[in-house]
Design a protein around this ligand. Sequence first.
Ligand code: SAH
Length: 303
Amino acid sequence: MDWVQLQVTVTPELVEPVSELFHRYAKGVVVEQSGGFNPDEGEGPDPEAPVTVTAYFPNDRRAGWRRERIDFGVRVLSLIRPVPSPQERVVSPKEWEESWKAHFPVLHVGCRLVLAPPWSEVAPMPGQVLVRLDPGLAFGTGHHPTTRRCVTELERLMKPGARVLDVGCGSGVLSVVAARLGAGEVRALDIDAAAVRATRANARANGVLRDVRVRRGTLPRPGLGAFDLVLANLSARLLVTLAPHLHAVLANDGVLVGSGLLEERRDEVVAALEATGLALGEEFHDEEWVTVVCKRGDDDRYY
Ligand code: SAH
C-alpha cells in the first residue's frame, strides 16, 4: 500500500504541538532536529534552527479524514503562531520502507531484544522479545550507542522480578524493555513532561503500561525505596550531581548502570560515584561514550 507523507518545517517552539497533532492522526511521526550539539554537556539544539516534522499514514480510505484533521489542527495552531501548510507526497511502499529503514533500522540488541519502530512489520523469532518504540516521541530508540549499551546491560544484569529505576527515561525505552524482560516493578522519572508522556505511550503500545510507573521529576524523591537495578543514561554533569542520590536508591546488592558521559569526563564521574561508596565493576566504551556499571560497596560513607 502507498503511504502519505505530510511534512512541515517549523521553528523549535512549534515542534511539540505539531508533532502531537501529527501523532494523533498519523501512524508514524519523525522529528528531524539539526545536529551539531552535545546533549552530554547539557547542550540543546540551536534554539533558532528550524525542525522538520514528518507524519506518515497509509493511503487508505481513512487517509482523507486524517489529512483533514491535521489540516484543521494546523489552522488552529496557526491562530497562535503561523505554521506553514504541510507538504504532501504519496510515497510508494518501496520508498517508504527505504526511508524508514534508513532512519530507523530494526535493531537487534543484546541476546534477545529486537527494537523496532511501530510501523515495522518485523516478526520476532521464537525466544526474541520485540519492543516497539516510536521515534517521534522522545530521546531513546536504541540508535544512540549509550541507549544500546544500557539495553544490553539491562538484559544481562536484570533478574526476573527485579525492582528497576530508570532515571531520565526519555522515550521510556529502558523502562519498557525492563518490563518486557520480566521486571517485578519499574519506576521511571524524567524532568521533561514530553518524556513522561512518551514513556507512557510507549509502555501502552508494548502492553506494559500497568508495570511502569512514570513520574515527572528527579532524584532525590522521597518514598521511592530501594532498587535492584538503577539505570541512569544522563550526562557526566548529572551523574556527578546525582551520585549520592543514585547510591541512596540502590538496594544492598543493587547495581547502577550509568551512561551518557563522554570519555574525557570518565575519571571525574567515576570519582564522584566512588566517593559515595559505590564500587566500579565494569565499564564499556562505545564510540566516544562511556557506560559504567557500579555496585554498592561495603564502605557506605554517605548513607
Ligand atoms: N533513558 C533514555 C533517554 C536518555 S536521554 C535512553 O537511555 O535512551 C536523558 C533524559 O534525561 C532526557 O529525557 C532528559 O529529559 C532527562 N533528564 C535530564 N535531566 C534530568 C534530571 N535532572 N533528572 C531526571 N531526568 C533528567
